[in-house]
Design a binder for this molecule. Structure first.
Ligand SMILES: NC(=O)c1ccc[n+]([C@@H]2O[C@H](COP(=O)([O-])OP(=O)(O)OC[C@H]3O[C@@H](n4cnc5c(N)ncnc54)[C@H](O)[C@@H]3O)[C@@H](O)[C@H]2O)c1
Length: 395
């Protein structure tokens, strides 16, 4: 079968990762790169020896000058719908990162365009492919938990603090953490609950990454540089920040040269209109009650899920990865080992593009369509309103 000639749009952290995965994947042929910062495409072409690749500053120019089958989009969240619509109208299949977009109008527009195109959009909810979540879902479908009563999903993400020096810190670009971050977990809650969400009540606060008078606006100018655990000085904190020898670091340098925007913005003093920890409670149409806790101040990264039903509780954590099923009658525990898959997001990243290839070729596969992906964003919008107005919001 012919390889899927694919263009990657948006060459930041996620797009560079995707370009290298697609380049190595035997069902894809990487044919073009698009980024508004042309120097980023050119750096990647040099570093990955991709001389045959065409580079473009914008998607419309690419689509009118290059033959391709698919467009894969890795730009900031609030740019997704416009790019998806451009690709669909040009007759291409589309892979688009989560979230589908960040406003209700854009969601409606992209759903309409996808329906007009006959359903050619695949939304990249990678956690759906993680064996950990697939096993929980299978156990629930098999009735192991009985009737589901509650679902708890927690996320602790130490890399999340870097959001406060990137576009994710602003609602205008990422919708706030209830959308750019929580859409993953809202999607998981929906999938596990098996019914549409009806009501959300959320509470969130920015308590740690608040302005500090003793710190500067940029790390490199800051008197606290030597001791600050959140400083942008890669060699000082390789766990949190980019390795200075890495491609990501060089991509940041190119970005700074092209835009004048510095990567060392202080996590405390950056302007932001989102939060660093929060909890949302969701009631589903089948009376399941879900909760989601997000915390980006934590010093570790993990996701946890606990589903409690009339017959058993199923619980575990993604970084384990292991599940425990606690049966009620007779009372006993079963431990289920989950295969330790390579790749990010509990192995979900590894399977993502094979699923997209199957989707493009019309083979059976599981995927999240725009109509379903939009539900997670609508939940995020509702959670944001709930926090802003301190009330429960109906969906
Ligand atoms: N599924 C996951 O687990 C996961 C993980 C990380 C990021 N993401 C998603 O991936 C997307 C990209 O995130 P990132 O952290 O790589 O962002 P980034 O800021 O590192 O990179 C975005 C790139 O897009 C380019 N760009 C912006 N607008 C453009 C446009 N209109 N046309 C072409 N290029 C444009 C920018 O110049 C930049 O190079 C986001 O939607 C994010 O939510 C998903």
């Amino acid at each position: 079968m012919a390889r899927i000639r694919t263009v990657v749009v948006g060459l930041g952290g996620r797009g560079v990762w995707a370009a290298s995965k697609l380049q190595d994947h035997d069902e894809f042929e990487l044919v073009g790169l698009v980024d508004t910062i042309r120097a980023r495409s050119e750096l990647l072409v040099r570093e990955m020896n991709l001389d045959a690749l065409s580079c473009f500053d914008d998607l419309p120019t690419c689509l009118s000058s290059l033959s391709c089958d698919a467009v894969a989009i890795f730009t900031p969240d609030g740019t997704h719908a416009d790019l998806v619509i451009q690709a669909l109208e040009a007759g291409r299949h589309v892979f688009v990162e989560k979230p589908l977009d960040i406003t209700a109008d854009k969601l409606d527009a992209v759903i309409a365009a996808d329906q007009q195109a006959g359903g050619r959009t695949f939304v990249g909810f990678n956690l759906r492919y993680a064996p950990f979540y697939q096993k929980i879902h299978q156990l629930l479908c098999d009735g192991v938990a009985g009737q589901i009563l509650t679902i708890q999903a927690d996320e602790f993400y130490d890399g999340g603090r870097t959001y406060f020096r990137r576009w994710n810190r602003l609602r205008a670009w990422g919708g706030g953490l209830w959308i750019t971050k929580a859409c993953h977990d809202f999607d998981l809650l929906n999938w596990m609950a098996g019914a549409p969400p009806r009501q959300i009540f959320a509470n969130a606060s920015l308590d740690y990454y608040k302005p500090r008078a003793d710190a500067s606006l940029y790390c490199r100018d800051c008197q606290l540089l030597a001791d600050c655990p959140d400083r942008y000085e890669p060699s000082a904190n390789p766990k949190l920040l980019e390795d200075p020898d890495s491609r990501g670091y060089r991509m940041n340098q190119v970005y700074e040269q092209a835009t004048g925007q510095r990567p060392d913005l202080c996590l405390f003093n950056s302007d932001k209109d989102t939060f660093d920890h929060g909890v949302a409670t969701v009631t589903f149409a089948n009376q399941v009650i879900g909760s989601y806790t997000v915390n980006v101040v934590a010093g570790f990264s993990d996701r946890r899920m606990r589903v409690s039903g009339t017959k058993a509780m199923i619980e575990g954590h993604l970084a384990g990865p292991k599940l425990v099923v606690r049966h009620r009658d007779p009372s006993r525990d079963d431990e289920i080992d989950i295969p330790n898959e390579d790749g990010g997001h509990g192995g979900g990243d590894t399977k993502l593009f094979s699923a997209f290839a199957a989707f493009v070729h019309g083979r059976p596969t599981t995927y999240v369509a725009p109509t379903e992906a939009a539900i997670a964003v609508r939940m995020g919008l509702a959670a944001r309103t709930s926090c802003d107005e301190r009330r429960a919001v109906e969906l």
